[in-house]
Design a binder for this molecule. Structure first.
Ligand SMILES: Cc1ncc(COP(=O)(O)O)c(C=O)c1O
Length: 459
């Protein structure tokens, strides 16, 4: 397996185009989640495999997979060819017509997802998948309220950001959204004063059930949960937690929505992260990102037979012009094909077990600035602290700090593009990374952690 593109060079024309793009960007482009005058976004002049090249022609190993979506790396030739072939054949078609790329993409999603999630509603991305999943749950149950975890991210649109449990919700919050937030397990920063995963799991489930009883057990349409919370910190749930959530949701007739937008499509070392909890089958599963590595925007909801039946003879009141767009669906078909042929999900599992797991544990042992490392597959979080004893984060929740900014800069100076959030750096490279590339990245992180150690104040 090779993802390297060692000899790709950036030309003077690429660099000039990058400079021009930067000028136009600063003049005309409005960026997500940003104070527009305070950002200096990096230009990407080229990308190939696990690498991107910045505006100065510097090559960076992409340990972020952009926004954790390029699961097959950049410019995979099979997927590029499939998009080109589809563009030559049929660029677009309205959603009411049958299209072969869409039909095949739906068949593949139904085949890969657990249980009887046999029908697929395609959206343009993750947030609208979440919006539609909740809409389906509300119509299916005739109820309104939604349960969702703190320390979660579900998207930037009105309802998706209201079910989100991170600080980006706060300026967008509408009480009328009907969301009730709960604490999911997170032993390192336990809300339940737990000291073991078993205790954390049991107390988190008791808390969830108690909340449902206090809020009105007949009130909830849905519970939405990332099978492994991603942006919020890659808190792999303890054994038994997802099974417990399934049991509670079944008991109270609540639709269980597994949000697999980030954790799905191989990221965790299985096709879907919910599969780590054997036998747990959600009622709805939202996906996006890795379904086609984001080469063309695509998301969707995989729907159980029971919920699909609700809309068998009653129209579903929702739709999108680009639902099941042929370019996006052809990219999904080719992506899933390439992932299967090249054993990428297996490679992610192996990288996690053999390289990232042991490698990061060793680094955590060595560096006092590392409070915890956690994860699975190609999906890991490094939690930086200024004091291991008090677990004081190196940046406040919801914010940044000079120390974290220095660490992010140090990664880039050494040729590594990280995914950073608050006091964490995540390791989320393409699933087809080689062991050598993984070790190169870990080597850079080792050097960066040595810098982080200089910011520690305690034990
Ligand atoms: C778990 C999860 N759900 C939903 C979304 C929203 O996806 P999108 O940005 O495609 O709307 C994200 C994006 O990061 C996500 O991580």
């Amino acid at each position: 397996m090779s993802i390297a593109a060692e000899n790709t060079t950036v030309t003077d024309e690429d660099l000039a185009a990058g400079r021009r793009a930067y000028e136009l960007d600063r003049r005309h482009v409005f960026h997500s989640w940003s104070a527009q005058k305070q950002i200096t976004p990096m230009a990407v002049t080229k990308a190939d495999g696990a690498y991107v090249w910045d505006g100065e022609g510097r090559r960076l190993l992409d340990f972020s997979s952009q926004l954790v979506n390029t699961n097959i790396g950049h410019q995979h030739p099979k997927v590029v060819a499939a998009i080109q072939a589809q563009a030559a054949k049929l660029c677009t078609v309205a959603p009411q017509y049958v299209n072969d790329a869409r039909s095949e993409a739906a068949r593949l999603v139904a085949e890969l997802t657990p249980g009887n999630l046999d029908t697929v509603f395609f959206t343009n991305g993750g947030a609208d998948a979440v919006e539609h999943a909740i809409r389906m749950a509300r119509l299916h149950t005739g109820r309104y309220k939604v349960l969702s975890a703190y320390r979660s991210y579900h998207g930037g649109t009105a309802l998706a950001v209201n079910v989100t449990g991170d600080p980006r919700r706060i300026p967008n919050d509408y009480g009328t959204a009907g969301t009730v937030h709960f604490h999911a397990p997170f032993l390192y920063r336990s809300q339940f004063h737990a000291t073991t995963q078993e205790e954390e799991c049991r107390r988190a489930l008791e808390h969830l059930e108690q909340l449902i009883l206090l809020e009105g057990p007949g009130a909830f349409a849905a519970l939405i949960l990332e099978s492994i919370p991603g942006t919020a910190g890659i808190m792999v749930p303890p054994p038994g937690y997802l099974a417990g959530v399934r049991e509670i949701t079944e008991k109270y007739g609540i639709v269980f929505i597994a949000d697999e937008v980030m954790a799905g499509f191989g990221r965790s070392g299985k096709w879907f992260a919910v599969e780590h909890a054997a036998g747990v089958e959600p009622d709805l599963l939202t996906f996006a990102k890795g379904v086609n590595s984001g080469y063309v925007p695509l998301g969707g909801v995989a729907i159980s037979d029971e919920i699909a039946a609700t809309f068998a003879d009653v129209p579903y009141p929702g739709g999108l012009t680009y639902s099941g767009h042929p370019l996006a669906c052809a990219a999904a078909v080719a992506t899933i094909g390439a992932m299967r042929e090249e054993g990428m999900v297996e490679n992610a599992a192996r990288l996690g077990a053999e390289v990232f797991g042991p490698g990061l544990a060793e680094l955590a042992e060595k560096h006092p600035s590392v409070g915890e490392v956690r994860g699975t597959g190609a999906f890991w979080a490094i939690e930086f602290v200024t004091d291991r004893a008090t677990r004081e984060p190196m940046a406040p929740y919801g914010g940044s700090s000079p120390a974290m900014n220095t660490l992010i800069g140090a990664c880039k100076e050494r040729g590594l593009l990280p995914f950073a959030n608050f006091n964490r750096i995540h390791v989320a490279p393409p699933l087809n990374l080689t062991d050598d590339q993984a070790r190169t990245g870990l080597g850079i992180l080792d050097e960066v952690m040595a810098i982080a150690d200089t910011y520690t104040t305690g034990g």
